[in-house]
Design a protein. Structure first.
Length: 511
């Protein structure tokens, strides 16, 4: 076990993701949490006609232009709870908070899914006017599968929207989890003075609020922290991130009740955060954190122990010892060198091609952390060079952007042409923009009619070899050199599965 001082460092850590559908106010909430934590002094806002500041977490140029998040940002800061808070602990704990602000757009859901493997809890942001949307339901499925504790923030309550009771019922039904309110709002079109914490109720309440409270006390269970930690109960907060209402209550309640780093399951065993042996896995790679130096950063979630700068650690996949002279912690794009980090922290390691998503670093033990999937794309296009003088830049850009995992590269085994597979059209636009502005390389797309890409394997080498020869026009390699069958229709795929019983067709590929 670690020394008690190091254990205390781990216990004060809170590492969580903020997830939602697009335009629910997720990035604005992130900004206000940073503001309360003293990490920034002026909150930015996503781009609008009136506001030209850009959010701290949306640091990429294309994010600033479009006002959306297209990549997960990591932000860490220390926070002491407010004096007089009814939820405040008895001590003066200074919590260390790691926020992972995830993309809301469904085209980048894969990045969010992988991010959820690196957090100990999540805050779900719901637009009170729109309610629970499809993207949020999909993200909650991942949370339920991993038993991730979740808190819900009903945002934009300053606007005309749904009644708080209707929102609560919808959240329970659509998110598939029991909910209980911690703060309350006075119905539709409320005045924000009437948002309050239920365990610190103001005097002289209106008849409407008195009626609401009777209903709340009779219908909803009291907050049960153990049920929350099991992933069975979600505390719900009402407010407005834009108006900075209800955010303080959310943050103070969160740091007290959210879990410190939790055990992580590896193929070989369960890894406990208080172990003295260091373990960590790579859940994200980002190219061009500093475009002036073409730097790539590998994001590692520390699962156990303590990380020390300039100490040798074992790279399991490469079977070699490595040490890191410039590990970093983050405030979105800004980073600073750290000498030590603990279980629960996110640490960035400079990457010159040594890392892939899913890689493990340990103190010497061979461990493999799972649950970092790569899904079969839904859209495919040939990528061609639009400037023959910049082929080298294009190749480097495509290679680094594919390492990030936001899209996938396939190479046709028939003609050697490169194919990019994505979940949606926006990813093609982001790739083209980043190639031009970060690598000074221009590309052009050629449509490709393709139904599904699936990874194939078989214990019957003869049947596999026969399949690859007969389906040569449909075969490709992925970036790791694995065989991929690219069916141009559902009929072709179904017939292949029927005709070749000893071949397994995989529609996800774990890193």
């Amino acid at each position: 076990m670690l020394p008690s001082a190091d254990q205390n460092e781990i216990l004060r850590r809170r590492t969580f993701a903020i997830i939602s559908h697009p335009d629910a106010g997720k990035t604005t909430l992130t900004e206000k949490l940073l503001l309360y934590g003293g990490a920034i002094h002026v909150a930015g806002a996503v781009k609008s006609n009136k506001i030209r500041k850009t959010a701290t977490s949306d640091w990429m140029e294309i994010e600033k232009q479009r006002g959306i998040s297209v990549a997960t940002s990591v932000m860490g800061f220390d926070y002491r709870r407010t004096a007089g808070d009814s939820h405040a602990p008895q001590d003066d704990t200074i919590y260390h908070i790691n926020i992972l602000d995830t993309p809301g757009h469904q085209d980048f859901a894969e990045d969010t899914f992988r991010t959820l493997t690196a957090v100990d809890s999540a805050i779900v942001v719901i637009d009170s006017a729109k309610g629970v949307e499809a993207q949020t339901r999909r993200l909650m499925e991942v949370c339920r599968m991993r038993k991730t504790p979740v808190m819900v923030f009903m945002n934009k309550m300053d606007r005309e929207g749904k009644d708080p009771f209707d929102l609560m019922d919808e959240a329970e039904k659509e998110l598939g989890i029991h909910c209980t309110p911690v703060t309350w709002a006075n119905g539709q079109g409320l005045k924000f003075e009437s948002v309050f914490a239920l365990d610190n109720r103001p005097e002289n309440l209106s008849p409407k609020l008195q009626e609401d409270l009777e209903m709340i006390d009779g219908v909803y269970p009291a907050f049960d922290r153990e049920a929350y930690l099991r992933g069975d109960l979600a505390p719900v907060f009402y407010g407005s991130a834009y108006k900075t209402v209800g955010v303080q209550e959310l943050l103070d309640f969160f740091v007290k009740n959210a879990p410190s780093p939790r055990p992580v399951l590896a193929e070989e065993r369960e890894v406990a955060p208080m172990e003295d042996k260091f373990t960590a896995f790579c859940f994200k790679i980002h190219a061009n954190m500093d475009p002036n130096h073409r730097s790539c950063i590998a994001f590692f979630k520390i699962c156990s122990g303590k990380f020390l700068r300039n100490t040798y650690y074992y790279h399991v996949r490469k079977d070699q010892q490595m040490r890191f002279a410039a590990p970093t912690c983050f405030m979105a794009q800004k980073k600073e060198t750290v000498d030590e980090a603990f279980a629960g922290d996110i640490v960035g390691l400079p990457d010159t091609g040594n890392f892939k998503i899913g890689d493990t670093l340990t103190s010497g033990e061979k461990l493999h952390f799972k649950g970092l999937p790569s899904f079969s794309p839904e859209m495919f296009k040939y990528i061609d060079n639009a400037d023959p003088m910049k082929q080298k830049q294009l190749d480097k850009g495509v290679s680094q952007l594919m390492d990030e995992g936001v899209a996938q590269l396939f190479v046709s085994q028939l003609n050697g042409r490169k194919i990019i597979g994505t979940v949606g059209q926006l990813q093609f636009e982001v790739i083209q923009y980043r190639l031009e502005h970060e690598y000074q390389a221009k590309c052009k797309w050629q449509p490709l009619q393709m139904y599904k890409a699936c990874w194939i394997e078989s214990d019957d080498e003869a049947e596999l070899d026969t399949f690859k020869k007969r389906k040569a026009q449909y075969m490709a390699f992925d970036k790791e050199g694995r065989d991929v069958f690219m069916a141009d229709s559902a009929y072709v795929l179904n017939m292949a599965q029927q005709d070749y019983k000893h071949i397994t067709f995989h529609f996800t590929s774990e890193f």
